[in-house]
Design a protein around this ligand. Structure first.
Ligand code: KG4
Ligand code: ZN
Length: 342
């Protein structure tokens, strides 16, 4: 029943790992629709509240699915498979997406495909593109910071990752210290536009090999604010733009420094980025400069496919469908799911 050959493959992708309910429909390696329902409820808390996130997913999932089908102009019976995020992520959030995917799979008699969220971020680069393998991808999200080598679509090896906090979390926490709302990355980017990136200097983390550490940088930022606010109560207000520009610049430099080491060590000139932080314009501009340095073309997903989205789940599902990598109803979500080389 599931073996349809020589035809367009249509996949429904469901992403619910954190605080975005997102559903997309793909046709081969193209995206027909990609709907993201953001959860504004977390803004005032300065971070995602897991309990609230799962409740919001419950509320959003049906309208998001319906809109995805409407925008793709496709009926439910036309899909070939349902792909969903199996992990990593928040348990309650993952359960909503996976339960919905299972129910739909049963109701429509369509195969189910589990997708690793980090693998999907990397494969977002394959939407509308056929990359040259191997390529090095720097994935920078709220939960992870990883450098991986992609030997083939399903052969992704972690070369290095953060030993503590992620770069996205650093954006979020620094924004919180400045009284800005969650998610902090876009807020820092907005204020950084008119700031001086050399106004404040932060110590670069010293971490071995291709690993990262951002907790020291966060503490560094907090101390700078605490010391200055004692002397001047308006310190944040008067320096917000410069603080944002300086911390953004430092985070980007730390990321690019490691990416350069990876490119040289593995002698791989095909480069890509992914994850929510890849939506940052300054980061994209800095990464673009590597094209000249290494005489290459850098891949970066469109901004809407950088932050969490259903399209990357659908695209990963499409490649798994081709290999008939289906899963069964007993599959469990895993908040700590790891990338596997298969
Ligand atoms: O990939 P993502 O959407 O979700 C996770 O898998 O975690 O990444 C979310 C992270 C958040 O930390 C958010 O602040 C950051 O990506 N982010 C940005 C920007 N847009 C989202 N960071 C810097 N600049 C942005 N424009
Ligand atoms: Zn993500």
């Amino acid at each position: 029943m599931f073996n349809k050959v020589n035809k367009d493959i249509i996949i429904l992708g469901i992403e619910s790992s954190c605080d975005d309910t997102s559903v997309a429909i793909s046709k081969n390696n193209r995206i027909l629709s990609n709907i993201v329902s953001n959860q504004k409820v977390h803004e005032k808390y300065g971070g995602v509240v897991p309990e609230l996130a799962s409740r919001e997913h419950q509320k959003n999932i049906i309208p998001t699915i319906s809109l995805a089908f409407k925008n793709a102009n496709i009926s439910k019976e036309k899909i070939d498979a349902i792909a969903f995020t199996q992990g990593p992520g928040l348990m309650g959030s993952l359960l909503v997406g996976s339960s919905f995917a299972k129910s739909l799979s049963l109701a429509l008699s369509k195969p189910l495909i589990e997708v690793n969220h980090m693998e999907a971020h990397v494969l977002a680069n394959l939407i509308d593109h056929k990359p040259n393998f191997p390529f090095i991808c720097l994935t920078v999200s709220g939960g992870h910071t990883q450098i991986v080598k992609v030997d083939a679509i399903n052969k992704i090896k972690i070369l290095g990752e953060t030993l503590d906090d992620s770069a996205g979390e650093t954006f979020d926490k620094c924004a919180k210290m400045l009284g800005l709302k969650y998610p902090g990355g876009p807020e820092i980017e907005k204020y950084a536009k008119n700031g001086n990136f050399q106004a404040f200097e932060f110590t670069f983390p010293k971490v071995d090999k291709l690993n990262f550490s951002f907790s020291g940088l966060k503490t560094n930022f907090m101390r700078l604010i605490q010391c200055n606010i004692i002397k001047n109560k308006s310190f944040i207000h008067e320096n917000r733009q410069d603080l944002c520009a300086s911390i953004q610049y430092t985070i980007i430099q730390v990321l690019i420094q490691k990416l350069n080491i990876a490119i040289q060590k593995y002698n791989v000139k095909n480069i890509a980025i992914s994850g929510g932080v890849a939506a940052n314009e300054e980061f994209r501009k800095s990464i673009k400069k590597l094209e000249k340095k290494y005489n290459t073309k850098v891949l970066m997903p469109k901004k809407e496919y950088s932050t969490d989205n259903g399209a990357m789940i659908a695209i990963a599902g499409y490649y798994k469908y081709q290999k008939k990598l289906f899963t069964n109803m007993s599959i469990n979500v895993n908040p700590r799911s790891k990338l596997v080389y298969y």
